[in-house]
Design a protein around this ligand. Structure first.
Ligand code: NAD
Length: 483
């Protein structure tokens, strides 16, 4: 049975129910993860609150030494983390390397906190009066994370939180806790003081306890839109800062002047990477004018050549989905497209494997905006192709979606690129880029039903989320007689 990490110790959860952690390529049971309780949360928050008293007074240059040590440990254990990530999630080794690497980059960026956290000051805001604004840590923060990036997503938050002087409780996805357990072993080795970093395993009960705990100052959430909304509402109704990153429907527009060969390859990679289980995965390709027929021909060819299999086999291009329920859900969405009279150009549902939650890539043509396949998040390897007349129509289609995570445009025209950047509602855009994932030193997060809150993840936004600004206005005139 997996254990919680609280106050620098590995301890049994008080929960009695468990979830099986399953390798989705083999269906082997890798571990049993406990469904933690409110009691576990109370314990973790109490020690984190106590640890905050000392940690917030520890100078930032000393706090970052723990992160520098962790960075070295993460590099030394890079390939074992990659292996674990592939085993519990299913993604290919190359994809897991990206997952772990992006996580390490967050630690690297947070090591720059003495610069990032610096405040402002101004002499003589009025005669003889000076003003300073400092960024102060706030207390205990928590993050609740999804299954699709077992290594990276928790790193979007906690390095920034603890570097700025807060203490932390992480609840990873109950479906992929193993990579985080290994990372917490490294956190322990890096020597963080007791109570600064805590791990509580579990599901709904732990989430609700974190969102309503009076001693938690803020919640970072990443997951599906319904749960993001719930966490945002529950957390904010308990007076917390909340940043809740939700689901997505990412459109990709190809104009006839684009380099079609590269654009189609890039779009396919975006759609089938991690078997489509990325919040930045492309979904519907909006082909403008005569681009449609060429895109269709090329993408069917490329998608047919994708080698599906166990992600730990280096020959594999695409691994399994996370569960049988996911496979059935994606199959259902493909069927809805058939029922709504779209054209199935490549059917990935017919795949013969004895074990594992696999689908081949599917390509669907003549998709229209009213169809479910055009509106819902698929989170599976399904390419949808739509034939449209103009960039204006593409932008209208994108802006009508309730989601607004990312969108990409493929073109050689600067004017088209500018119009797209200016008018499209998603807040992470790609111009001739298929997965516009902001790096650790930029802000990450969408809009509309893809994001609930005000302050986005990582970069200087992370620093803003995890600190409060205190302004002190002062007068120290030696000849003043105001006393
Ligand atoms: P999920 O919403 O099922 O789970 C996310 C977290 O919420 C998990 O830790 C889970 O334990 C918890 N949870 C699940 N149901 C809950 C409930 N009813 N009450 C309280 N807590 C609950 O999401 P998932 O399937 O793990 O991840 C996939 C989703 O995450 C996709 O929709 C994807 O787009 C989204 N995602 C978004 C981003 C982004 O940056 N916007 C990044 C990664 C993933």
């Amino acid at each position: 049975m997996l254990k919680n990490y609280i106050n620098g110790e590995w301890m049994a959860s008080t929960g009695t129910e468990t979830v099986e952690v399953i390798n989705p390529a083999t269906e082997d049971i890798l571990a049993l993860s406990p469904l933690g309780t409110t009691q576990d949360v109370n314990k973790a928050v109490a020690v984190a609150k106590e640890a905050f008293k000392t940690w917030r007074k520890t100078p930032a240059i000393d706090r970052t030494q723990y992160l520098f040590r962790l960075k070295t440990l993460l590099e030394e254990n890079f390939e074992s983390l990659v292996k674990l990530c592939t085993e519990e999630h299913g993604k290919t080794l190359i994809e897991s390397r990206g997952d772990v690497r992006r996580g390490i980059q967050m630690v690297e960026t947070a090591c720059g906190i003495p610069n990032l956290m610096m405040g402002q000051s101004f002499e003589d805001i009025a005669a003889g009066i000076d003003c300073q604004a400092v960024k102060q840590p706030m207390g205990v923060f928590a993050a609740i994370t999804p299954f699709n990036f077992p290594a990276m997503v928790p790193f979007w938050f906690w390095p920034f939180a603890v570097a700025t002087g807060n203490t932390f409780v992480l609840k990873p996805s109950e479906r992929v806790p193993l990579t985080q357990i290994k990372i917490f072993e490294l956190i322990e080795k890096a020597g963080f003081p007791k109570g600064v970093m805590n791990l509580v395993l579990g599901g709904k009960e732990v989430v609700n306890a974190l969102c309503s705990h009076p001693d938690i100052k803020g919640i970072s959430f990443v997951g599906s839109t319904p749960v993001a909304k719930h966490v945002y509402q529950l957390g904010s109704s308990h007076g917390k800062r909340v940043q809740a990153l939700g689901g997505a429907k990412n459109f990709m527009v190809i104009l006839p002047d684009a380099n079609l060969e590269t654009s189609v390859k890039t779009c396919l990679e975006s759609i089938i990477g991690c078997a489509g289980q990325r919040c930045l995965a492309g979904s519907v390709i909006l082909c403008v004018g005569n681009a449609y027929d060429q895109v269709k021909k090329q993408i069917i060819g490329l998608a047919s050549d994708i080698v599906v299999g166990n992600g730990s086999d280096p020959r594999t291009h695409m691994g399994p989905l996370i569960s049988n329920a996911s496979v059935e859900r994606v199959k259902g969405l493909i069927q809805s497209a058939v029922d709504e009279k779209a054209e199935i150009l490549l059917d990935g549902r017919n795949i013969s494997t004895k074990k594992g939650y696999f689908l081949n890539p599917t390509v669907i043509g003549e998709v229209k905006s009213h169809m479910r396949i055009a509106q819902e998040e698929v989170f599976g390897p399904v390419v949808s192709l739509a034939r449209i007349r103009s960039l204006d129509e593409a932008i209208e289609w994108i802006n009508n979606s309730p989601f607004a995570n990312t969108a990409s445009l493929f073109t050689a025209s600067g004017a088209a690129a500018r119009q797209f950047s200016y008018e499209a509602s998603p807040t992470m855009l790609g111009l001739n880029i298929g997965v516009p994932a902001p790096m650790s030193f930029f802000a990450f997060g969408g809009a509309k039903d893809s994001f609930f809150g005000d302050i986005k993840a990582h970069g200087t936004s992370g620093v803003q989320f995890f600190t409060d600004t205190k302004v002190t206005i002062q007068r120290w005139n030696k000849d003043s007689n105001i006393w």
